[in-house]
Design a protein around this ligand. Structure first.
Ligand code: NDP
Ligand code: 2IT
Length: 453
């Protein structure tokens, strides 16, 4: 009873102190309300006021980014780095460049990252950053100048033992290259201050593939626990960026059939299976829209988003066995979840961060569908980032197979941790609770041991 009241008080505090930060509130509400069985079991978390302490970032850095476009005009964007929690290791988490980025988005992502990173079993704290810069339609030179301007401020706050950013939406290998170059120029240090680096200059093999591959390994572990597997399963995937592409690649390797992908303009349904080489050329080389896929492939269906109601997404209307939301937050609504259930979907496996709305999640919990929360299922990316840090620290480079094998084991362990925790707290198979409790406990215990700092 006392725990429930305390959770409500802290949520109320967030509502008042972070007003308008809807996604941050959504993420906090999900985590805090799933902790109740742990808080009831052990009073130390309330005694040490951990709930209140954990929802306030250790540091939020907000800065102006001025850069000059190709027409010689000075443009201004806002940059963010929220260093949320360093109880178990240096701050770690990606950078997102997208016009929708604001403090609330960065806080939601940083908050999720705390528990995700703890679940990997590695020594990494939680952080996130980014900018409202829109990379779409920008020339390569403009991207470079923006990245240099962004790093000209950020470099003061990061370091290989302090805070190690990486990619996220709109930040891939190209951007990490420009960011790293500018960090090196400003500090004179060649150090592992970013992950997702190029293979010739300190990057890890398999980091590019890791989030998507890890998401599929997680799904396979979950299905195996219920005597099922991905083999021959029809899978829908949303998004067509880094996570979606390597989810599709690994699904093929596992004998499944990925039949869709999507982007901010529309959805491709390709019953025979997505043409992966074509998708890679369009997205990784041309940086173009999926319209190009539809224009060059006559056996697929292209559904523009404009033809769809606001509360629904075409990709989730496609009948499938397993769904992999891998684009962005709140992209799977109550309507979508109902559609998936009525079409016989058995598992929703989150590749993106918080892609499922709270109402959809409530419905899924009451349904027969299994559900893998993003902070567990997509943790393979950050885990492999830590493997990159480890290789940088020891000045070695492991083979693709070595990194991939470690990733497989890490994903298996994350599944086991979340699943075993759900069993221990009498909610077998509820991996939302299992993952939140297991991640929280590790961080909270560390905060208690380190005192009131
Ligand atoms: P990318 O930028 O490579 O791809 C993002 C994809 O999602 C694109 O297809 C993009 O379409 C689509 N998308 C983005 N925003 C929207 C939107 N508002 N509405 C509709 N579609 C959208 O990013 P990633 O693949 O790296 O990231 C995808 C998700 O996975 C994010 O939630 C990210 O936080 C999460 N994640 C990423 C990790 C990583 O290692 N990269 C690790 C763990 C989680 P378009 O091209 O048209 O913009
Ligand atoms: O959301 C995420 O876990 C990421 N974007 C990857 C973070 C990282 O540091 O590799």
């Amino acid at each position: 009873m006392q725990s429930k009241m305390r959770v409500q008080e802290v949520l109320q505090y967030i509502k008042q102190s972070s007003s308008g930060q809807d996604e941050f509130y959504q993420a906090s509400e999900e985590v805090l309300s799933s902790l109740l069985p742990l808080l009831e079991e052990n009073s130390k978390y309330l005694e040490h006021n951990i709930l209140q302490r954990i929802v306030v970032p250790e540091r939020s850095i907000i800065f102006r980014v001025n850069w000059v476009d190709d027409n010689g005009i000075i443009q201004t964007n806002v940059g963010y780095r929220v260093q949320f929690n360093s109880a178990i290791g240096p701050y770690k988490g990606g950078l997102r460049f997208h016009p929708t980025v604001n403090l609330g988005i960065v806080k939601f992502l940083g908050f999720e990252q705390i528990f995700k990173n703890a679940l990997t079993g590695l020594q990494i704290g939680g952080a996130k950053g980014g900018s409202n810069f829109d990379p779409k339609g920008k020339s390569d030179n403009e991207i470079m100048r923006f990245c240099q301007a962004f790093m000209s401020e950020l470099y003061k706050y990061i370091g290989n033992q302090k805070d190690v950013p990486a990619g996220d939406i709109g930040v891939g290998a190209r951007e990490i290259g420009y960011l790293f170059g500018q960090y090196k120029k400003l500090t004179g240090e060649f150090e592992g201050v970013l992950t997702g680096k190029g293979i010739n200059w300190g990057g890890s093999l398999a980091r590019k593939e890791a989030t998507g591959y890890g998401s599929v390994y997680f799904a396979e572990n979950f299905l195996n626990a219920y005597d099922k597997s991905l083999k021959d399963k029809k899978c829908t995937v949303s998004g067509s960026g880094n996570v979606a592409i390597y989810t599709i690649e690994k699904l093929y390797e596992m004998g499944a059939i990925p039949i869709s992908c999507s982007d901010s303009k529309g959805t491709i349904y390709h019953e025979k299976g997505i043409d992966l080489p074509k998708l890679k050329v369009i997205k990784e080389i041309h940086h173009a829209s999926l319209e190009e896929y539809a224009d060059t492939e006559c056996q697929c269906t292209y559904i523009p988003n404009s033809k769809y109601p606001k509360d629904g997404h075409a990709v989730w209307d496609i009948p499938c066995d397993v769904a992999f939301p891998s684009a962005t937050q709140n992209e799977l609504t109550l309507r979508d979840a109902k559609m998936l259930a009525s079409n016989g979907c058995i598992l929703i496996n989150e590749g993106a961060n918080m892609p499922t709305t709270p109402k959809a999640l409530d419905f899924i919990k009451q349904s027969d569908m299994l559900f893998s929360p993003g902070k567990a299922a997509n943790a393979g990316g950050v885990a492999t980032s830590q493997l990159e840090m480890s290789q940088n620290a020891s000045m070695t480079q492991w083979s693709f197979e070595e990194v991939d094998n470690k990733l497989r084991v890490i994903m298996q362990n994350i599944f086991k941790t979340a699943y075993d925790t759900s069993v221990k707290f009498d909610c077998e198979g509820d991996l939302v609770k299992g993952a939140n409790i297991a991640g929280f406990r590790k961080v909270a215990d560390s905060m208690i041991e380190q005192g009131a700092i």
